[in-house]
Ligand binder design. Structure first.
Ligand SMILES: N[C@@H](CCC(=O)N[C@@H](CS)C(=O)NCC(=O)O)C(=O)O
Length: 207
């Protein structure tokens, strides 16, 4: 499977960890966004939205990290544990994935990316929104060991890519005790977590 990515990218790291968890082999194709490689016609032909991560599995192209994670688990996972078939458990996994995409990761980007890529000043209101999002996650984690249930799912893999980005950016995770506990647990139990750590070292260069 061809995997278009950048190691520092949070959604790319989530896909890499998920591939490791199901034992799927990714043929890594580095795409240099800074050099505009994602805007070249050959990549637009694969993904008209020109985003990474993008996966091409035997001619089937897919983007959006969480959709890719689910595809990998459904196609290559040995069982359903990472994306449980039970309707209620799956609904909570989906809620966490959408929360990550629309709230937790979104607010990280809203606060940091204008500073990193447009030299804008820090906006304290946007910082408060990040704190609020992390507090929501802290509350979710009061009830279960992992973010959606008592075992690891794709929601944890997606969320830990985001939370580790907050961490490397200097956001103080220790103020959120349930998140801090879960983050340590994920570092120890997410397959391929070392891929996330390697990518984070690249991401750190932006700060
Ligand atoms: N929601 C998407 C976000 C993907 C995304 O925005 N990727 C960035 C890099 S981290 C990108 O490709 N930016 C280039 C562009 O949008 O043209 C996902 O989770 O895959």
């Amino acid at each position: 499977m061809d995997f278009y990515y950048l190691p520092g990218s949070s959604p790319c790291r989530a896909v890499q960890m998920t591939a490791a968890a199901v034992g799927a082999n990714l043929n890594l194709k580095l795409l240099n966004l800074m050099a505009g490689e994602h805007l070249k016609p050959e990549f637009i032909a694969i993904n008209p939205q020109h985003t990474i991560p993008t996966l091409v599995d035997n001619g089937f192209a897919l983007w959006e990290s969480r959709a890719i994670q689910i595809y990998l688990v459904e196609k290559y996972g040995k069982d359903d544990s990472l994306f449980p078939k039970d309707a209620k458990t799956r609904a909570v996994v989906n809620q966490r994935l959408y929360f990550d995409m629309g709230t937790l990761y979104q607010r990280f980007g809203d606060y940091y990316y204008p500073q990193l890529f447009a030299k804008a000043p820090a906006d304290p209101e946007k910082f408060k929104k990040m704190e609020e999002a992390m507090a929501f996650l802290n509350t979710f984690l009061e009830k279960s060991k992992y973010s959606a249930c008592d075992h690891l799912t794709v929601a944890d893999i997606s969320l830990v890519a985001t939370v580790s980005s907050y961490d490397i950016a200097g956001f103080d995770i220790s103020k959120y005790p349930n998140v801090a506990r879960w983050y340590d647990l994920c570092k120890a139990t997410v397959p391929g977590y070392q891929l996330n750590e390697a990518g984070l070292q690249e991401f750190k260069k932006f700060f």
